[in-house]
Ligand binder design. Structure first.
Ligand code: SF4
Length: 250
């Protein structure tokens, strides 16, 4: 694809495909989600809310040591024990409550069976997850994508920042808008959604930071709108800056 096409002629789907292939070639497969079981993915998705992944892993380690990363242990875990384990992930009372309520709900609604939950149509399982306090769209979609293997793109703050800085979505586009855009222009492919999201997160962490985008080193630089290609672009000159903080350290 030539530069003219990048500057506005290319269809969004073609541009997104080029993003994906370029990032995959640059970074390689990311191996997400880093977990041993589906239950661990689910708990990790809750624990990483508003905190760095390394803090979530400390909480997961505590849960593993306490025998709470397996269903029989988690189902019987007292709230206080959960609070103690998840403390390193921050917001520990809230996160412990969310995990406790999730376990209680999973037992009542699905007899503790993740197969039962994930065998539902994703629209239905998503609605059920969203009815639980502490689980928003990003967490629900991460659970459904990585644990349930359903094709739902996790259009988190990192993803929205990159898409808006490349003028594919408005700077203030919210989670739902960005997800609809991605679903509209990508093939529904769970494995690709899995990898693409992980690659976008890696791009944001390495180069597309909130305070200062390091475009001159970034593999996606060639896809920047023409006026932004000449130099490393200060975040203040790019759209999407206001979205940068939401999951900054996640
Ligand atoms: S760092 Fe620059 S080139 Fe890379 S994704 Fe962000 S805006 Fe695009």
């Amino acid at each position: 694809m030539n530069l003219v096409a990048q500057q506005g002629v290319a269809a969004p789907g073609e541009t997104l495909s080029q993003f994906y292939l370029t990032l995959l070639e640059s970074f390689g497969p990311q191996g997400w989600w880093p977990a041993r079981t589906r239950l661990e993915i689910i708990l990790g998705a809750i624990l990483t809310q508003n905190t760095a992944w390394r803090n979530a892993t400390l909480a997961l380690r505590n849960l593993r040591r306490g025998g709470l990363l397996v269903w029989p242990g988690l189902r019987r875990a007292p709230l206080k024990e959960l609070e103690r384990c998840v403390r390193p992930a921050g917001f520990y009372r809230q996160k412990a409550r969310t995990i406790h309520d999730l376990a209680d709900w999973l037992e009542r609604a699905h007899s503790g069976s993740l197969n039962s939950l994930f065998s539902l149509h994703p629209t239905q399982s998503r609605r059920q997850l969203l009815s639980l306090k502490g689980i928003g769209p990003e967490t629900a979609d991460a659970i459904l994508l990585y644990a349930g293997r359903h094709p739902l793109f996790v259009s988190d703050a990192y993803t929205r920042r990159i898409l808006s800085r490349h003028q594919l979505i408005p700077a203030r586009a919210d989670y739902g808008f960005a997800q609809r855009f991605l679903h509209q222009h990508l093939l529904f492919d769970q494995a690709m959604f899995n990898e693409f999201h992980a690659l976008l997160v890696e791009t944001a962490k390495r180069y597309c930071r909130g305070p200062a985008a390091r475009c001159e080193e970034c593999p996606l630089r060639k896809f920047l709108p023409a006026q932004d290609q000449a130099l490393s672009v200060p975040a203040s000159m790019l759209p999407g800056r206001e979205l940068a903080h939401a999951n900054e350290s996640a």
